[in-house]
Design a protein. Structure first.
Length: 227
């Protein structure tokens, strides 16, 4: 096992352990008071139908949160798979698609298992799926973090590599925060989504390293995560 894989598996254990603890607390209703307090603090005191801040901020939040929705993520993954396939990286393309699809299935199953109702806030759009865990947070973490590592592997410039990972992390973070700000998820839903998505992304990245080693020729700029 490579030296960097030990902390990677440790991070997976911590993330999944944190998810399990949070899921248990949510099931018992222990997080509700905190969750509700955070959501209400982000609404106009005299009009709960609107979040705090100027109108443009709410509009920007809706635009950002759309980056974690199924339509946008599906398009992003489709374009990435097409690019990787045309670049003779079919195994990487298949693993990316499989990681996202399996992550979506797991997230959906967990929503069904916990069946947590969405926040009951006046004026907030009704969502069909259950609240826990946040699918936007989980799937955006999987898609953008795995894609970030793939792009990291294709780059030779250390500065560009750091920027790619930073953008992937910030994007995943912002998408989750907009779910809370818009009142469609409790904070615990989002944290659980980040935990699940982060763990799934790390496992996918570890699998990607195996795929690249066995089935594809590493690029000249291949970095440690894929070696």
């Amino acid at each position: 096992m490579k030296h960097w894989q030990y902390p990677a598996f440790g991070a997976v254990a911590l993330l999944l352990g944190g998810f399990g603890i949070l899921a248990d607390e949510v099931s018992e209703g222990s997080t509700f008071a905190f969750d509700q307090a955070i959501l209400l603090s982000l609404r106009q005191p005299n009009d709960l139908a609107h979040p705090i801040g100027p109108a443009w901020l709410a509009e920007a939040a809706r635009d950002v949160t759309a980056l974690g929705g199924v339509p946008v993520l599906s398009l992003v993954v489709l374009i990435a798979v097409l690019f990787l396939t045309l670049s003779h990286r079919r195994s990487t393309a298949m693993l990316l698609a499989a990681s996202v699809a399996s992550g979506a299935i797991v997230s959906t199953i967990l929503k069904f298992v916990f069946d947590r109702p969405r926040p009951d806030i006046p004026g907030v759009a009704h969502m069909v799926s259950a609240s826990f865990p946040s699918g936007h947070s989980a799937l955006s973490a999987i898609v953008y973090l795995v894609l970030g590592v793939i792009l990291y592997d294709l780059s030779k410039d250390p500065t560009v590599r750091r920027a790619i990972i930073a953008v992937a992390l910030v994007l995943s973070l912002c998408i989750g925060l907009t779910r809370i700000y818009l009142g469609v998820h409790y904070p615990s839903d989002v944290v659980a989504g980040w935990s699940l998505g982060g763990a799934w992304a790390i496992l996918s990245i570890l699998a990607l390293g195996v795929v690249r080693k066995r089935y594809e020729i590493p690029t000249e700029g291949a970095g440690p995560p894929l070696r």
